[in-house]
Structure formats: structure tokens, C-alpha cells
Design a protein around this ligand. Sequence first.
Ligand SMILES: [Zn+2]
Ligand SMILES: [Zn+2]
Length: 177
Amino acid sequence: MSRPGALRRTLTAMWNERREASYRTAQVCQNGHLITSAIELSPERQQKFCGKCGASTLTTWLGCNSPIHGYHDSPGIVSMRAVDIDAYCYHCGAGYPWTVARLEAGRELIELSNEEPSEKESLKNDLTAVTTDTPKGKVAGLRLKRFIAKAGAEIGPPLRQIVVDVATATIKKDLGL
Ligand SMILES: [Zn+2]
Ligand SMILES: [Zn+2]
């Protein structure tokens, strides 16, 4: 008797197991500073607090008890790329504390600008949009880049840094950031 449902479940379980196994666990501070990209490989690098900002560190997102993804192990490939810490939890979709804090700081900067209220609102939405790889995210990135260029020395550079911190790797590359 064929059991396609059971087979699919077995394959899905194997696939999930492989995917899980391929990520090492990162330790990050509440503000998103990377402490180590693989606590399994270098446990001695773990710290209770961040040396850059003094915030406490975490290896597991307490919202759903999922480990923070760090170094990605691909068989046969040694990656020299810096680890990009996720903006959102891959398990429950919640924004990580560093994402929430950066978006909040960015919104406050936009609020300080001389734009019309409706323009401020759409720029704030653009800031959220660049955290995800969607067609909307790309357009949002372009608008933010234009705004940063004309926003002046007090708002432009810090907002640019926030966009660099929250935007996806693809959007950053497209924008030349
Ligand atoms: Zn920190
Ligand atoms: Zn989660």
C-alpha cells in the first residue's frame, strides 16, 4: 500500500533536520552587535554583555525559543563572508530586538526632518520595507537613498547607517550601500 503522505512527512522532517543542522548558533547583543557567529565552534568567545554597547547578549530568541542563526555550514564550501544576522525570527516572524530598536531610531530621525507629515509617514514605511526582499523594498530603498542625500548632515548620515543595518543584503547591493 502506498503512503505518499507519510513519505512526504518523512522527507520534510529530513529536510528540516538538515536545514537546522546547517546553521550554527550566533551570540548577538540586544542591539545586534555580533559576538560570535558559532557558539558551537568557539564557546570561549561568548560574553554576558556586549563590549561595544554594554547590552546583554542572547543566543536564543526568547519570543519562541529558537536559536539565532549564525554561520551557515554548506558542505564543501568555506564561506569567508561576514555573517548577516537576521532581522526577523525565521521561526515565528517576530522582529528581533535590534531590528525593532533600529527601526524606532530611524523613525525618530525621519520625524525630525522638515518633510510634510504625509511624506514622513511614507518614509517611515519605506524604512520597514527595506528589511525584506520584496519589489516594494527595492523602491523603498531608492526613495530613502534620495531622502538621505538631501536630508542634511544631522539626519542623513545616521539614517544612512540605520538603513545599512536594517536593509537586506540584496537591497544594500542594489543601492550601492
Ligand atoms: Zn552591542
Ligand atoms: Zn521566533
